[in-house]
Design a protein around this ligand. Structure first.
Ligand code: SF4
Ligand code: SF4
Length: 422
């Protein structure tokens, strides 16, 4: 196994690859069970099977902030560990190296001259297949995977799914063949931020003279996927804490039967995980607090979102509404109600007003029903007999019932008595 897969050699490398597969599995499963998925067709974000409308921008924003916070908090404590253990770019890059190793093995029966070409063809074919799988995994976050797979199977992809899928696959293929770790070394914005996030107590690899003497074999430098020499300093922003250098050092010195096998070791600046570190406590408390707030916000969110705003009519429209034959001496104001039903059951809306004369008539919410997931706009009309309407603006409240606690919206009724037609 190790001879075939050089990236599976050593304690830290094996542990890292297992965790990578765990994250890759999680990445693949989340959208399948609607635990995390963007449903653009219905303008909603699915989190833990809860449907969050994109109009609920505060919750969507909170979720994105939380995701960024978790990665930042992890970096404060563990350095750039996300890159080595969870980032799809690194996971697929390491799989591409595994594919190269398999291709070299499969090309062995061929003669020395044709072997490199055969290995390249096998490697490119397998990487192409992996790029399509990676593209499907990503597409699943934006369209239900069973639908995409079934349409692909029937070659009924349509221009958009076909174009987006083909573009994703092509970009992934070029990335896995030509770019690989170079992106992490030079272009990844998260990696570049690392320098300002971590401090001396963040996880790092250090050359520890107490563990023994470095024999300058250079193995740690040769195996480093980021191309750095950790002996030149523990806090180089490229270091992802992957542990390959520790494994390499252990292997070399282990062969020489040193008293302690590796002179490189992971360290928290003297603050081991067992020691009380105020920074770690603070970060953990803030992360759990943030997660709890997000959970409470999702649980307590309104099943039906309602937004009410006045409709401003121009002079001609106002006159028509106040003096037209159907109005019969009534003055009226109009309001726009935007309602979205985020629940899985139909909802009926009812409305009343408070603070206006008893002779007030209402219209616009007769048989107002919202199907599950439906968004609708209603024009609400308040009519008051001209004799009962005070001149100028009259404050009042709209009370809308449906899908939970009745909601109250302050509004203003404006009677334009001076604009009455003769
Ligand atoms: S220095 Fe060591 S831990 Fe850091 S990226 Fe290179 S091999 Fe991984
Ligand atoms: S692998 Fe270990 S012994 Fe060899 S150069 Fe690196 S730190 Fe020194």
């Amino acid at each position: 196994m190790n001879a075939l897969f050089p990236h599976w050699t050593g304690h830290y490398s094996k542990q890292r690859r297992r965790i990578q597969f765990l994250f890759l599995g999680t990445f693949a499963v989340l959208p399948l069970f609607d635990l995390l998925r963007f449903d653009f067709a219905n303008s909603r974000l699915l989190i833990l099977r809860q449907e969050i409308g994109l109009d609920e921008w505060a919750l969507v924003w909170l979720f994105l902030m939380f995701a960024m916070w978790v990665i930042g908090a992890m970096s404060v404590v563990f350095g750039r560990v996300y890159c080595a253990y969870a980032c799809p770019q690194m996971v697929f890059t390491e799989l591409a190296h595994d594919i190269d190793a398999v291709a070299r093995r499969l090309s062995r029966p061929f003669d020395l001259k044709t072997r490199p070409r055969v290995a390249r063809v096998i490697s490119l074919s397998l990487i192409a297949a992996m790029s399509i799988v990676a593209s499907l995994l990503l597409l699943a976050y934006f369209a239900p995977l069973p639908v995409v797979a079934s349409r692909l199977a029937h070659l009924d992809v349509g221009p958009w799914i076909g174009l987006i899928g083909a573009t994703f696959s092509l970009v992934a293929f070029l990335d896995f063949v030509f770019v690989r770790e170079k992106f992490c070394q030079t272009a990844c914005p998260y990696g570049l931020l690392q320098g300002v996030i971590e401090d001396g107590r963040s996880l790092h690899v250090k050359l520890d003279p107490e563990l023994g003497k470095c024999i300058d074999c250079g193995a740690c430098h040769r195996v480093c996927p980021m191309g750095i020499d950790i002996r030149e300093g523990s806090f180089q922003i490229e270091c992802t804490r992957c542990g390959s250098c520790v494994d390499a050092c252990e292997e070399v010195l282990g062969r020489l039967k040193q008293p302690r096998r590796s002179v490189l070791a992971f360290d928290f600046g003297g603050f081991s995980l067992k020691r009380w570190d105020p920074k770690r406590v603070l970060v953990s408390v803030a992360t759990f607090g943030f997660a709890a707030s997000l959970l409470v916000a999702i649980i307590l969110r309104e099943g039906v979102t309602l937004r009410l705003s006045p409709v401003y009519m121009d002079e001609a429209a106002t006159r028509a509404s106040q003096g037209g034959p159907s109005a019969e001496g009534l003055v009226e104001s109009r309001y726009l109600l935007r309602a979205t039903n985020h629940t899985k059951a139909p909802v009926e809306l009812k409305g009343r007003v408070e603070g206006l004369p008893a002779s007030t008539q209402l219209a616009g919410l007769e048989a107002a029903r919202l199907a599950p997931g439906e968004e609708k706009r209603f024009t609400l009309i308040v009519r008051i007999p001209r004799g009962d309407a005070a001149s100028g603006p009259t404050p009042f409240s709209w009370v809308i019932e449906g899908g939970g606690t009745p909601r109250r919206f302050p509004a203003s009724f404006f009677a334009r008595t001076s604009g009455r037609p003769s």
